[in-house]
Design a protein around this ligand. Structure first.
Ligand code: ATP
Ligand code: MG
Ligand code: MG
Ligand code: MG
Length: 567
């Protein structure tokens, strides 16, 4: 490929808002451009990298025996109502109406569509197990799109869904997918860890693991034990603490909610807690409290309305409650303190808010079928019954071997879940087993962020000058750089080399531009192809300069700088 004919708009400086090293270099090397917050165009070089990553993912999915499909991005709201996620998903779900005012959602993930497909098409154990996958566009209206492709609102994901007749069958598929994920990340040249994880809004009844690319820019914290190899996401990590009141259960959080560690000495009642928190009001944007039996019991929410709204929805999502409508949610968002706890089959909610807000919230919640009771004023809920939850922190130790835990930052590039029958039950998918009994297929789902992978690679392979792409995903293998394209000898040798390299199966980019050598070298460093061949003064004697930043990718990655004279 001739560079003079290619759209590669390199930049000396990255736009000021570019907030991560890899992202700045993807912009500077002319690989991507922002169209709107969290929405990007892939330019020719960037598209080639993305396709290479996709191809690795596709090959490993095919090797794992999965079948490729393509599911629609625009999905009828009814499907999401069936699973109960139309309300639960919150503002991250992009909603729209067609010309007949029918409601749709842009798929942030495809459990609903794929479960409906299985419900309609699979009715016998003889058709199980199978796994479908697709590589395509997802939409999530992320509250804080950032770091370029790392957290986009429109992004490319590979998502796979497995259907099995029982848990053992699911366990086997989960293992196969686990291996496939490790292979994908190794082939991408990533330094990564597999960690125990939390199921988030996808939910499910079984275990779940995340694959974390190690990078300082990562928004996840990984907790590891160097002695026994324990590794978990902070949200999930078990730990031993020196503090006496150890909290056993982990709150469900995402980027919208966080659990703040607050010491509350002597606080025994909600009223006392409120007055205590009042002193630290600006810090207390969102705090969650949990009961020891794993049930969510309380949410203390302060701060702006949007945060309250999201945090409360998140909290309610934990109990799998549905709010009736936005009016109800808006009412909740005025609460300063909310308490939710399982009381019999219903729920109790104690709210410290003004009376009008309270009435509105209780009415709204009752309309939504929630059983709410408890009123202001003066509710004194004894906090001794509540064990406060905190996450593992520096100084805490591993539960199995007692060694100090280590904390590192990671980018969640992949996530695999044992869903069980959550979706098949909710959406009525079933099959007849060997004995003619009707059963729900046991599902698993497996996501990997293809565009996020590209960004994670950029992050791990970034240098001051550019991204040194691993061979496996680099847009081309060899950058052929004649110092002066107009020089007859250089041009001739360049074209000969190009032909020979292509004959050997290499992908070659020729910088045939009429640019100063300095400009060409700077661009070549930015683009970061694995091998550079500079055709200069020695061309008449068939001499070139060879530079390679990387000679191996799979397994351990070596970065080697070398200069050689090639006859
Ligand atoms: P995060 O915790 O970063 O928000 P998630 O847990 O919401 O991610 P999943 O629902 O597990 O994401 O989706 C599967 C994969 O899709 C993730 O592991 C990640 O690689 C990718 N992904 C999720 N959200 C985004 C996004 N906003 N931009 C790019 N990739 C994403
Ligand atoms: Mg998310
Ligand atoms: Mg996550
Ligand atoms: Mg996840």
């Amino acid at each position: 490929m001739r560079q003079s004919e290619m759209l590669v708009p390199t930049l000396r400086e990255a736009p000021a808002e570019a907030d991560a090293t890899g992202h700045r270099l993807l912009l500077r090397s002319g690989m991507i451009r922002q169209v709107a917050a969290g929405i990007y165009s892939y330019l020719p070089l960037g598209r080639r990298v993305l396709l290479n990553v996709e191809q690795i993912v596709r090959e490993e999915m095919d090797r794992a025996g999965c079948q490729e499909v393509l599911l629609p991005i625009m999905q009828p709201a009814e499907l999401w109502e069936e699973s109960g996620r139309y309300t639960q998903y919150g503002p991250e779900l992009m909603r729209l109406k067609d010309r007949h005012m029918r409601e749709f959602a842009l798929g942030p993930t495809h459990e609903e569509v794929v479960t409906a497909l299985a419900r309609d098409e699979v009715n016998s154990y003889r058709k199980l197990p199978f796994t479908l996958y697709q590589i395509g566009t997802k939409f999530r209206d992320e509250r804080r799109p950032r770091f370029g492709l790392l957290r986009g609102r429109e992004f490319i994901m590979k998502d796979a869904y497995s259907f099995a007749s029982d848990w053992e069958e699911l366990d086997r598929t989960y293992q196969v997918m686990n291996t496939a994920y490790c292979r994908i990340l190794e082939r991408c040249g990533l330094d990564f860890l597999r960690v125990e994880a939390d199921a988030g809004t996808i939910g499910g009844q079984g275990e779940t693991h995340e694959f974390m690319a190690l990078a300082d820019v990562g928004e996840d914290t990984i907790v590891t034990c160097k002695t026994c190899g324990y590794a978990a996401n902070l949200e999930k990590a078990a730990f031993q603490s020196a503090a006496p009141a150890i909290l056993t259960n982990k709150p469900k959080v995402n980027e919208h909610t966080e659990v703040l560690r607050v010491e509350t000495p002597g606080v025994r009642t909600i009223a006392e807690l409120c007055s205590f928190l009042g002193k630290n009001a600006e810090e207390m944007v969102k705090t969650l409290l949990y009961l020891a039996d794993g049930q969510l019991v309380a949410a203390i929410v302060r701060g702006d309305h949007e945060l309250n709204d999201i945090a409360l929805k998140q909290v309610l999502g934990c109990e799998e409650l549905e709010l009736a409508d936005d009016a109800t949610i808006a009412a909740h968002s005025n609460l300063t303190v909310g308490y939710l706890g399982p009381v019999g089959l219903g729920l109790r909610m104690v709210v410290d808010a003004d009376v009008a807000t309270m009435k509105h919230a209780v009415t709204g919640a009752n309309e939504a079928g929630m059983h709410l009771s408890g009123v202001r004023p003066g509710v004194d809920f004894p906090l001794d019954q509540v064990e406060r939850i905190r996450f593992a922190a520096e100084g805490d130790c591993c539960v199995s071997c007692g060694e100090p835990l280590v904390f590192t930052k990671g980018i969640e590039v992949g996530h695999i879940f044992k869903l069980g029958t959550k979706y098949s039950d909710a959406m009525g998918a079933s099959f007849l087993d060997r004995n003619g009994r009707q059963c729900a297929p046991v599902m698993g789902c497996y996501g990997i962020g293809v565009s996020r992978l590209m960004a994670a690679i950029a992050e791990q392979y970034a240098t001051e000058e550019g991204i040194q792409w691993p061979v496996s995903v680099a847009p081309y293998d060899v950058h052929l750089i004649p110092v002066s394209w107009k020089d007859e000898h250089q041009q001739k040798l360049t074209l000969e080399l190009e032909q020979q390299l292509m004959d050997c199966g290499f992908r070659v980019l020729v910088d045939d531009r009429d640019e100063r050598p300095g400009v060409k070298f700077k661009d070549a460093e930015l683009i970061g192809l694995p091998v550079h061949i500079v055709v200069g003064r020695g061309a008449a004697e068939a001499q070139v300069e060879l530079g390679a930043h990387m000679l191996a990718v799979s397994g351990e990655t070596k970065r080697i700088s070398m200069k050689a004279q090639e006859a």
